[in-house]
Design a protein around this ligand. Sequence first.
Ligand code: ADP
Length: 494
Amino acid sequence: MTFSTVSHPFLDGKLKRLLIGGEWVESLAQETFDCLNPATGKVIAKVSRGGAEDIDRAVKAAREAFEGPWSQWKPFDRQALMLKIADHVEVNFDELGLLETLDMGAPVARTSLFKRWLVQAFRYYASQAVNIHGETSENSFPGSFMTYTVKDPVGVVGGIIPWNGPLLTQLWSICPTLATGCTLVLKPAEEAPLSCLRLAELMMEAGLPPGVVNVVPGPGHTAGAALAAHPGVDKIAFTGSTATGRKIIEASAINMKRVAVELGGKSPDIVFDDANLDIAVPGAAMGCFANTGQVCYSGTRLFVQRGIYDQFVERIAAFGKTLKVGDSLNPQTQLGPLISQAQLDRVQGYMNIACDEGAEMVSGGRRLGGELADGYFVEPTVLAGVSNDMRIAREEIFGPVLSVIPFDDEEEAIQLGNTTEYGLGGGVWSQNIGRALRVSRAIRSGMFWVNCYSVTEPAISSRGIKMSGYGEKGGRHHIEEYLYSKTVWLRTDV
Ligand code: ADP
């Protein structure tokens, strides 16, 4: 299978429409946009472009569903629906994974691994649907009173997601919505909306009632902004850049929405001289290069203890050169293209900044040509001689660009690691368990990995802190953010 031979049942040439109230509809303005395959630069689908008025329709449909028969569904009913969706997605996964590859460029070697994650997400959150409970509390008020809390769904949720992995990112709002009895308006990014539209079709085939999940792809500054500000939306779950996250928080103030924002990062990954380098070299490299560096918690600031610095730089650069970059449909390919020309320009711009700042480009740094010239491919890049105050070590690049920074001792590693406005991920490589524990406690981030990197699953919680945002994802606390508590005082002597 190559790009010239591949065909996909979803890419049938028909306009891909918005899902509102259980119907596939065109945008009111009748506008469309093209979806490009970032590996070839070619159009693979035409999609209805949702605007503010479509968001309004979708919010109304979600409200109607929230107040309609869906509100009568019992926890076990919602669980049964989610388990059915999980089974249906499992059977149809191959075309869903392939669609994600064609739409956002991640190689099939990566997207095929999403099957387990996707199915686990629906099954895990299905278990949470029947695990919702308030609490009774003893009170000391004179007389006879009982006090307890009940939990109710917050209402209509707006999910706004980026393009770097929509197949999985959408689940962070879909699964807790279904588990708690909320309803959702999902706004995928224009760069990669197709796996969201196809998953919605599959969920409907499995019995999702109309209006419970609505999908409206469209531009951020119109559709996204309208959703964030809409007075009919009770909660926003956003994943994306810190700058946009700030706008969303501001817009949400209009009706005091609940907000969860998972934002950018510049995560420190720290290698001590007692690390097992055979594990640390590929681990730290893929902690930055995976998904062509388009991961918010990528370990892009690699701190290496001075005694092994030169050796480590050499080994990680050599490892980067072994990575197979190219045709995302080839099962051997490890890194696909960047998402767009705009992203390629941004990444190349940062490579120029690195050179201007005096960093040494040890490997990579070039756009790939030849048969890959029409796609947005770039080599995995290792920069040495970087200091923590350079722009390339402070700003999120969102490309396969690794800055390697030397340090002398544990104290300095922690201090440098924490010198960032972000707080999303972090890692340490060391065979000294005490040191690994100390560093993992001292780095201020919402996720941390010891002798590994980027390992996640839906049942395990994560979040950002500092400028990386707030709000739980995964694990048992996540659904609490889709519920509100009501305290009831009950007089018992009447
Ligand atoms: P990027 O710059 O990588 O596209 P963004 O944070 O801008 O990252 O985009 C993430 C998501 O936020 C996308 O779905 C995008 O359309 C949306 N978005 C962008 N701007 C706004 C905005 N002002 N209000 C709401 N959503 C927005």
